[in-house]
Design a protein around this ligand. Sequence first.
Ligand SMILES: Cc1cc2nc3c(=O)[nH]c(=O)nc-3n(C[C@H](O)[C@H](O)[C@H](O)COP(=O)(O)OP(=O)(O)OC[C@H]3O[C@@H](n4cnc5c(N)ncnc54)[C@H](O)[C@@H]3O)c2cc1C
Length: 401
Amino acid sequence: MSVYDVAIVGGGCVGSSAAMHLASQSELDICLIEKEHQFAAHQSGRNSGVLHPGFNYEPGSTKAKFSTEGTQRMKTYAAQNDIPLRELGVLVVAQSQKDYKELRRLHNQAAANGVTTEMLNDRAAIQEIEPHASGIAALHCPEAASIDSQQYVYSLVRDAANLGVDLFTGTQVTSVESTATGNVLRTSTGAITAAFVINAAGLHADTIASEFGVANEYQIVPFRGEYYELRANKRDLVNTMVYPAPDPELPFLGVHFTRRSDDKVIVGPNAVLAFGREAYKNTDYNLGDLRQTATFGGFWKLLASRKMLSVAADELNKSYRKEAFVSAAQSLIPEVRAADFTKSYAGIRAQLVGPDGSLVKQPLVEHGPRSLHVLNAVSPGLTSSLPFGEHLAEETLQAYP
Ligand SMILES: Cc1cc2nc3c(=O)[nH]c(=O)nc-3n(C[C@H](O)[C@H](O)[C@H](O)COP(=O)(O)OP(=O)(O)OC[C@H]3O[C@@H](n4cnc5c(N)ncnc54)[C@H](O)[C@@H]3O)c2cc1C
C-alpha cells in the first residue's frame, strides 16, 4: 500500500495548482491522483481558455479577488514557463439599452476591482477594435488574454513533480475509508493511505465528498458547453474576443467568439443540461448520473423557475439546431454564416446546485474529517487557479493533523 501525508484527487488546474503550492510550502509527502491517463482531460482542458480579469464579479467576492489576481499571476507564470498566451483584450458588446446599463455596471465594478476597462459609446469606436462586430456600445478590457489551458496544467504538474509530488494517472478513487488516524483511498490500481485528502475531483467532487459524509445536501449538475470553430478563411472576422452582455442572474457568459492562443477562433459555449457528467456529445448519456440528478430535489426546484426553464429550452435549441447557435453568434458578428462554422469540442461545467435549487456562484470549499473538498470551482476557475491552489495549500497546512 502507498502511504502519503497528503493525497490530492483530481489532475485538473485546481488539483495541480494545489499540489504545486503545497509542495513548495512544506516538506509533506504528497501524491496527485488522476483517473484518466492524461491530465486536464475534463474541464481544465475543455474550456475557452480565457483569462477573465475580474470585471464580471462582485467587488469583495472570492471570484473577484481570485480572478483579478489570477489573471496577473498567470501571465507571469506563462511567460516564465513558455506557455502559449495571447494578450488580446475582450470586447463585451451591448445590443440594447438594457445591455448598455449592464455594461455601465460592469465598468464601475471593474474600477472597484482594480481592473482597467473603457466604455466605447458608438459603433465606430467598437469597429476600430473589431471591424466586423455590431452593437450600440461596448466595454473594452485590454487585460483579458487567452491561454493554452492544457499546456498550463502540464506545466503545473511538472513543477509539482519536480518538487517531489508523486503522480498516479489512470488511477480512479472508487471509495474512501476515513478513520481517526487517516484515510484509505481505494483506487482502481490499489489502496493509497493519506493522513489528509484534498478533493479536487471537478465533476465528481460531490461524489468524493459524500464518501467523507460532507456536503450531502448539494449536488453537481453537469452543463455541457459546445463549441464551433470558424473556418480558417473566416478567422479574420474576429481579431480578439467578443462577448455579449452577460445576464447577471446566470453563471454562464453566453455564446462568444474567442481567438485562442493557437490563433483558431472558437465560437461558444452554449450551456445545455448534459445527460451525464462526461456526456460530451448530445447523444451521450449515463444512466447512473441521470438517476442521481432526477432524484435530487434541488434539480427540480432549479427547473421550477420560469427563467431557468426558458433558458434551458433556448440552450437546448442551440445544441440541436445549428441555425439557432449561428443566430446567437450573428448578434455579435452579423457577417458570419452557418457554412463558416465547423463543429468543434465540448466541455462540461460542474455546476453545484443547492437543496433550494440555487446555482452556487462562488467557489465553495468545505472541510471534512482529515480532508478539504473543492465543491464548486466554477468559471473563471481556470483564471483563478493559481491563487485558488495557493489558498487550498494554506488551508491544508492549517488543518493538517
Ligand atoms: C465549457 C467551459 C468553458 C470554460 N471557460 C473558461 C474560461 O474561459 N476561463 C476560465 O477561467 N474558466 C473557464 N471554465 C471553467 C474552468 O475550466 C473550470 O473552473 C476549471 O477547469 C475547474 O478545474 P478543476 O481542476 O476543478 O476540474 P477538472 O479540470 O474537471 O479536474 C478534475 C479532475 O478530477 C479527476 N477525477 C474525477 N474523479 C476522480 C476520481 N474518482 N479519481 C481520480 N480522479 C478523478 C478528473 O478526471 C479531472 O481530471 C470553463 C469551463 C467549461 C466547462
